[in-house]
Design a protein around this ligand. Structure first.
Ligand SMILES: [Ca+2]
Ligand SMILES: [Ca+2]
Ligand SMILES: [Ca+2]
Length: 423
């Protein structure tokens, strides 16, 4: 996450948002007319590019992201858009993209940023978008952090200052089968068998950080978990997106580390028919994917397989899952270079810095980690993969930079899977 700008005025944002809403229909029509490279075009491609990018498009106040994206002038959003234009994913998850119920921010990002070429990069148009509510910033009514008072970001269902802060958005050039979408925003943590419910170390009872009354409403997902079936040619690929909570910002009870582990576990169980029976979605339907279904799990999982502060084995639930294709791990040239230049915790890491996807604080801090993943199912062949982290000598290094970052502390991760296109 990135500190948001301060000093903006709510009334001004509201005015900009209203103007944006009034002009949306016209903007949409213009953008669709200009969309000449979307899926369904006549070009022949044998691969589909899936990407995840924690783009830090979160803002301090509700409405601020919509205000920022209502003009083409937001320098950070321009750089985020250029990264996307350079990599050109077909299906893109953006983490840390503030949610608004009308989907204004996602529409405006397409109109004013993705549809505008930056520094010679070609515009890119996504015909399909998906946003949905996030648990972040939704008041729980309970003292979830046990600090003696109720309210604020730490007592929300997911950490956030207002509903939808740090949300998610998916942009796709392939159709999203909306009536088959499943969301798991309200699945209760206590309903996961063997849940790693945290313990209050100050009491003799076990697993009692949260009271029974709190557990009766406590949602596992800190944002949401979405299964978005995307139609690629004649094949459905389930895009499984989420953004588990960071495993830090807690105490000895490790409530966030434990939640992070179990948020990752949700998708791990979802793709295994022998383990998914307990899951229920927001529409009340039970179970997970069938054997043989195609999927791509993507998102900032906030867990590195070897380094950092996550619960041991958290990331392994995915990268050692028998249904996940790990034949290719995305790499970059910039990760190893920055690990050496930045030193600190990076010097003692066990993980390969070529796999790093985030540039975190090194002294004192976790150092750079692999936390962002694009993980296809084994029945999808991986043709290529990468992490967008150029060398410092590369002209495009300006898009990633060093702290304070021009875009995000995370890097875009992409994977190309083989598909058969029919024309
Ligand atoms: Ca509290
Ligand atoms: Ca206890
Ligand atoms: Ca760093």
């Amino acid at each position: 996450m990135r500190p948001g700008p301060t000093g903006r005025r709510q009334w001004r944002m509201a005015g900009v948002a209203l103007l944006a809403a009034l002009s949306l229909l016209a903007l949409d029509a213009a953008a669709l007319a200009a969309d000449n490279d979307a899926a369904g075009g006549s070009h022949v491609r044998r691969s589909a590019r899936f990407a995840t990018f924690n783009a830090s498009l979160n803002r301090a106040a509700e409405g601020e992201l919509v205000a920022d994206l209502s003009t083409p002038d937001d320098v950070q959003a321009q750089a985020v858009a250029e990264v996307i234009q350079r990599v050109r994913p077909d299906v893109l998850l953006i983490n840390e993209f503030d949610f608004d119920p009308a989907g204004l921010a996602a529409r405006l990002f397409q109109r004013n940023y993705l549809s505008v070429g930056h520094n010679g990069a070609a515009p890119i148009s996504y015909r399909y978008r998906f946003v949905a509510p996030s648990n972040t910033g939704v008041p729980s009514g309970f003292d979830l952090d046990n600090n003696g008072s109720v309210g604020g970001p730490n007592d929300a269902f997911g950490f956030g200052a207002y509903p939808g802060q740090f949300g998610m958005a998916v942009f796709s050039r392939y159709p999203i089968l909306r009536d088959r979408v499943r969301t798991f925003q309200r699945f209760l943590w206590r309903d996961m068998p063997g849940a790693l419910l945290p313990d209050d170390p100050a009491t003799p009872a076990l697993a009692d950080w949260y009271s029974p009354e709190e557990l009766a409403v406590f949602r596992l997902s800190s944002k949401s978990h979405w299964d978005l079936p995307v139609l690629v040619g004649r094949k459905v690929i389930h895009t499984l997106v989420s953004h588990p909570t960071p495993p830090v910002f807690d105490g000895p009870e490790d409530r966030n580390g434990r939640r992070n582990h179990d948020e990752i576990r949700l998708w791990s169980d979802y793709v295994l028919p022998s383990r998914s029976g307990y899951l229920y979605d927001d529409q009340g339907r039970r179970g997970g994917l069938k054997a043989g279904a195609r999927f791509v799990i993507m998102g900032d999982q906030n867990a590195d397989p070897f380094d950092g502060d996550s619960v041991a084995g958290a990331a392994q639930q995915l990268v050692e899952n028998p249904r996940v294709n790990t034949s290719v791990t995305p790499t970059s040239p910039g990760g190893p270079e920055q690990a050496v230049l930045q030193g600190g915790a990076n010097l003692t890491h066990r993980g390969d810095p070529a796999f790093d996807t985030a540039d975190f604080v090194d002294v004192p801090g976790p150092g750079n980690l692999r936390v962002d993943y694009v993980l296809p199912s084994k029945n999808l062949r991986i043709l290529a993969a990468g992490v967008f982290w150029p060398l410092s000598s590369d002209p495009l290094f300006r898009l990633v930079g060093v702290f304070p970052f021009p875009t995000s502390d995370h890097r875009l991760v992409w994977v190309d899977v083989r598909v058969h296109r029919h024309h």
